[in-house]
Design a protein around this ligand. Sequence first.
Ligand SMILES: *Cc1c(COP(=O)(O)O)cnc(C)c1O
Ligand code: SF4
Length: 337
Amino acid sequence: MIHRTELAWQTPNWQQSLANAISSLDQLCKYLELAPSQLPFSADANRQFPLRVPYNYASLIEKRNPRDPLLLQILPDIQELNKEPGFITDPVGDLTHHPAPGIIHKYHGRALIITTGACAIHCRYCFRRHFPYADSGIKRTEWEKTLAYLESHQEIDEIILSGGDPLVMSDQTLTEMIDQLAGIAHLQRIRIHTRVPTVLPERITGSPLMEHLANNRLTPIVVLHINHPNELSPSVTEALKEITKNHIFLLNQSVLLKTVNDSPSLLTLLSEKLFQAGVLPYYLHLLDKVEGAAHFAVQKEEAIALHQAMMESLPGYMVPKLVMEQDGADSKLPVTV
Ligand SMILES: *Cc1c(COP(=O)(O)O)cnc(C)c1O
Ligand code: SF4
């Protein structure tokens, strides 16, 4: 009972931050001290995938800089309306791998649960920007079927909570989910894919959730999504400490994005800052070819050169694997020319 009172007292803080996230051009411009005419905002792009950015992330954007690399990640941009050949709505084939409600099972040994369609932030390059989230996230009434699928697949030893972003769900829902998954004997590891620690760190700091995740039969792993060294603010590194102090493995995946992070010195600095914060760089993804994101694409040859430069300036353990996703493949694929 005491536990519940604590949760009830705690959750409004981050949930309030989430509810108050910037969702209009006016709010964004006012906060960043920019005139709307200074930004290549597109109302059509915004209708397709609406602007959404919590203040904690917006506070890391440099004021009066229309080309800030964090701003570019969240601004509905007129370039999104360009139709480029090869850029499609479901580039990784996720819509065709649903063996049970909310489950994507493409790779051996691990299955992914689309826990919710919601995210704390809307990243313009997201491969799920056209996803029919409302139909694909877990519904309470179907959860039994999801669990039954996992139970009947002995070969799955790792479960990945993804979305959307699982950490926008309440502690109570997540805790119940984790406990039920821990009851499946052949599962060994639980992994959470999330961008929340870097966009809504207040959701992590002071929440009992990470402790619960750690005090569990399953080995816990959190995979962050951080693209730029500026995303590692003091409040973010504090949230990361909350995770590592619970002995949860902390990894990061980045997406290689033109004009945002396609520079060897930036990527090197990102790896160094991540490591300093207790995070191992895991993957550097080539952009998924999703409709509306072509202006973020970095060519393979250039990506390989950037990766090579990272190898030449960092210890091997700080160099993420350069990978791409291909519909129908059995794993992420190394990028080759
Ligand atoms: C990326 C991904 C995984 C995890 O792959 P790892 O290489 O283990 O990180 C699992 N399932 C799906 C559907 C994925 O897209
Ligand atoms: S947080 Fe992740 S899933 Fe959500 S919009 Fe950003 S990249 Fe996509």
